[in-house]
Design a protein around this ligand. Structure first.
Ligand code: ASP
Length: 422
């Protein structure tokens, strides 16, 4: 009962936030009311994200270690691994193909001139990011002193360390039962904190969306409207049709049931533009509302939050073709295949933070010889597009955990979204 009302509050506050932001945008920019409104929105929104980040790393650590340790039997572990990575690669590949197809059909950017954006491009120093260097850097971030990784919030390194710790707990067996129980209880406490933070979610989400809506540059959105529409529509196609279809075909769950259990996380992802900040909410939705077993959820969801980014992959591919159109360069089939591979790597390498996909975009552009500085054109519209792609990134993680559960355990979802928990 209480959860339903929290969900309703979140949905309502998301709409209210956008309206409030549009209202703020209509006020005189320098007026005290507009300034105060923006200040409050920024303060409240940032506080909400800070709170989510506060529990994110301890949660990732404990949920993966406990998740893996609970997948006691080695054979099962093996199957979870394969199903998870297989699903990640498959869903991202489908997303990229969608992005490439849409960009080839609608050809956004044709007719616009790159020179129009020359001054913006001059302000940007795009770093060198050759494919090999990028790959080496990605591998390099995997293994780190765990204390440093925990302190710096390096999610990927925390994931790797907790995976290893979980495996060691499995192999060590009975002898380390105490540590496992300790971690389990710690995880439960973290989830309790997430429950508390979620009570504040309506306020935080309203503030974040108000600020976002109030600070968009309308003139620029107009110039790039075709590209924005193509990207948003294709991203939504993936999120509303493709992923739910996979979920239905594999796990038999209807889209409505999924939406009921997943919406807290989807709206939080939309408002925060960060898969990592949303992770505590995602885990909570997957375990408590969608009934994925803790061992599977604890493994698939944190790993997915950093590696599995359908929305980002789709965006990177579509944006590369957009820039090519702007520059008047026709990418042939082989070059588009290179875009396919580099978009997949760039999405996997992007951390789950706002605009991360924008940074790794450099890799995709350089892989086919496009001017990396052209990301300057995309920067002003990135916050807007990031909302949709992060939402689909997080959706992919949740669908992934349900699909993996079905593939590994062959378990149907017992009762659909739960209404008994907060
Ligand atoms: N903001 C996205 C995320 O956190 C990453 C991106 O910029 O594409 O999932």
């Amino acid at each position: 009962m209480r959860r339903t009302s929290l969900n309703a509050q979140i949905l309502f506050s998301a709409f209210a936030g956008v309206l409030l932001g549009l209202g703020l945008a209509m006020l005189e920019k320098e007026s005290p009311a507009a300034q105060a409104g923006l200040y409050i929105a920024e303060l409240v929104g940032t506080l909400f994200i800070d709170m989510l980040k506060m529990v994110m790393i301890p949660l990732v650590f404990s949920s993966i270690a406990v998740g893996v340790a609970n997948l006691r039997m080695h054979r099962q572990m093996h199957r979870v691994w394969k199903a998870t990575l297989g699903f990640f690669a498959f869903s991202m590949a489908v997303a990229i193909i969608l992005g490439l197809t849409a960009a080839n059909i609608f050809r956004p950017g044709e007719g616009l001139q790159l020179e129009m954006f020359q001054s913006a491009m001059q302000g940007v120093q795009a770093g060198q990011m050759p494919l090999s260097g990028f790959f080496a850097q990605l591998l390099h971030t995997l293994f780190q002193n765990p204390v440093a990784a925990l302190a710096q919030g390096n999610v990927l390194a925390v994931v790797v360390f907790s995976l290893l710790l979980g495996i060691a707990l499995v192999i060590g067996g009975e002898r380390y039962t105490n540590i496992l129980i300790l971690l389990q209880e710690f995880l439960e406490l973290m989830l309790m904190l997430v429950g508390w933070i979620m009570r504040l979610a309506p306020l935080g989400i309203m503030a974040l969306l108000a600020k976002l809506a109030a600070t968009q540059d309308v003139a620029l959105l107009g110039t790039l409207i075709e590209f924005i529409v193509v990207v948003v529509a294709t991203t939504l196609l993936h999120g509303v049709v493709v992923l739910p279809l996979i979920l239905y075909l594999v796990a038999g769950m209807t889209p409505l049931k999924f939406w009921r259990g997943a919406r807290e996380a989807l709206i939080t992802a939309f408002a925060t533009s960060s898969s990592s900040a949303t992770l505590p909410v995602t885990l909570r939705c997957v375990e408590q509302h969608l009934h994925v077993k803790r061992d599977i959820a604890g493994f698939v969801v944190p790993l997915g939050a950093t590696l599995n980014m359908d929305g980002t992959a789709l965006y990177e591919a579509a944006a590369a073709l957009f820039i090519a159109n702007l520059a008047g360069i026709e990418l042939n089939f082989v070059q588009q295949m290179i875009v396919f591979v580099s978009a997949m790597l760039a999405a996997m390498g992007a951390p789950g933070i706002p605009s991360a996909g924008m940074v790794t975009m450099v890799l995709v552009l350089q892989s086919v010889g496009l001017p990396a500085e052209a990301i300057a054109i995309l920067l002003p519209i990135d916050r807007l597009l990031d909302t949709f792609r992060t939402m689909v990134n997080v959706e992919g993680d949740m669908v992934g955990s349900l699909v993996v559960q079905k593939l590994v355990r062959g378990q149907p979802d017992p009762s659909g979204p739960d209404s008994s928990d907060v």
